[in-house]
Design a protein around this ligand. Structure first.
Ligand code: SAM
Ligand code: SF4
Length: 419
């Protein structure tokens, strides 16, 4: 029996799919990258934006055709699914399964084998990479930002035990993994018994080995000084942070229910830059939150100019039914929405290029994660994308590179011989 996995969404969805794969392989299913030869197709979906949900409708149509040539084909939908969409998708899929219930897959597929695991994050995953691993440390969210579906699809926060996390990471390091991503919807509010997020960072950093520690997502209200200090001390914690601000205007932040001000946020950035000079910084922005005025948008543009991000994930606001923001009036024209998106992208391009140009001639370490069109690509400690050429296969390796060329979102480099 063969299974095929389709993953949409963030790293957490990829991590969920790795657990689904592990359960299926214990049931003797074998993974195939060819959808046409699969007996079972699993889709891990994301509901953060409507466009992601619409893609699932497209898949349902494709499955109808596939089922004509393979009537025994079964399909499963899991991941982040809104209640209202579950009702719709039960018609398009054979099974719609809550991610927390994937341990019940054997029963669902009518194979009588019990997977002895009550907590789904405790299921040992089948990692999709041989050198970079996603390790969820918590799931769910208690924050209810006005635009976001996560608290509805993932429910409240649950943190994994520190012991279980450390055990998983130690095993990965024994297998020579080079990069560990600590994942959660809000990693900064991780709490298990007496261990908080900075303490967990310290415990992971104390694991012997040559590897990098990264984490996502952070929330500015919970990202604290103790975490900054731990990042500065921990030699394995990479000098990179994604700190999503969402808007550069205090009034908009208030209506988003974010519980911080632009000034609080900027003070955290100042402290980070003081203690970790040269840290790579990225953010998430929503354009255009309902009711955002030109002046309020101007404050976001100003924030972009002031902070000078290395990268920003600029997301078009997508109304999500059931969230408080969905009831707000949004009277900004599409033309104006596009203009605001473009303004931010242009500022970002300029500041990122200015910063990247200063790196020409500098040496950096890169974890190579892709081989495409005769080039190798990877990320350095600051999470900058770097392109290099190599005659040897360097995929999955930490390589020393000299930067030779700078563009806004990519650096070109040369491998330094002898690594
Ligand atoms: N927990 C993180 C935080 O507090 O910022 C973010 C996690 S969220 C799942 C990932 C990103 O999706 C957010 O930073 C936000 O920019 C974007 N997002 C969430 N809901 C959205 C919506 N309704 N429309 C557009 N973008 C959205
Ligand atoms: Fe969504 Fe992040 Fe807000 Fe939670 S903290 S509701 S995941 S944006």
């Amino acid at each position: 029996m063969k299974y095929h996995v389709i993953v949409y969404g963030c790293q957490m969805n990829i991590s969920d799919a790795e657990r689904v794969s592990a359960v299926l392989e214990r049931l003797k299913y074998k993974k195939t990258s060819n959808i046409n030869e699969a007996d079972l197709i699993v889709v891990t979906m994301c509901s953060v934006r409507q466009s992601a949900v619409d893609r699932i409708h497209g898949l349902v149509e494709k499955f109808k055709t596939l089922k004509k040539s393979n009537p025994k084909l079964k399909t499963i939908l899991t991941g982040c699914i809104l209640k209202k969409d579950k009702k719709i998708f039960v018609n398009g899929f054979d099974y719609v399964v809550d991610i927390k219930d994937i341990k019940k897959l054997p029963k669902i597929l009518e194979i009588k084998k019990i997977i002895n695991q009550n907590n789904y994050l405790g299921i040992a995953p089948k990692y999709s990479s041989k050198f970079s691993a996603n390790v969820p440390i918590m799931t769910g969210c208690n924050n209810f930002c006005a635009y976001c579906v996560v608290p509805y699809v993932r429910e409240r926060e649950v943190s994994r035990s520190a012991k279980e996390i450390i055990f998983e990471i130690k095993n990965l390091i024994k297998r020579d993994y080079k990069e560990i991503w600590l994942l959660g919807q809000n990693v900064n509010s991780y709490k298990n018994k007496n261990t908080d997020f900075p303490e967990l960072l310290k415990m992971v950093n104390n694991i012997p080995g040559n590897f990098w520690i990264r984490f996502t997502s952070s929330h500015p209200k919970d990202f604290n000084k103790k975490t900054i200090d731990e990042m500065a001390i921990g030699e394995k914690i990479t000098p990179y942070l994604n700190l999503p601000i969402q808007s550069g205007d205090d009034k908009v932040l208030k209506s988003m229910n974010r519980h911080y001000t632009v000034e609080n946020y900027k003070n955290k950035i100042k402290d980070l830059r003081k203690k970790i000079p040269g840290i790579g910084l990225s953010t998430d922005i929503i354009v255009v939150f309902p009711g955002e005025t030109k002046k309020q948008f101007g404050n976001t543009a100003k924030l972009f100019r002031d902070v000078k991000y290395d990268m920003a994930y600029i997301n078009k606001y997508s109304p999500r039914s059931g969230t408080p923001a969905a009831k707000l009036k949004n009277d900004v024209s599409d033309v104006e929405k596009k203009r605001r998106e473009k303004v931010l992208t242009e500022i970002l391009k300029q500041t990122a290029l200015e910063k990247n140009k200063k790196l020409i001639g500098k040496k950096t370490i890169v974890l190579i994660n892709e081989n495409r069109d005769d080039n190798y690509f990877g990320k350095n400690e600051h999470y900058k994308t770097i392109k290099v050429k190599s005659d040897k296969n360097i995929l999955g390796q930490l390589i020393k590179v000299k930067i030779t060329e700078a563009r806004p979102f990519i650096l070109v480099g040369e491998v330094i011989n002898g690594k």
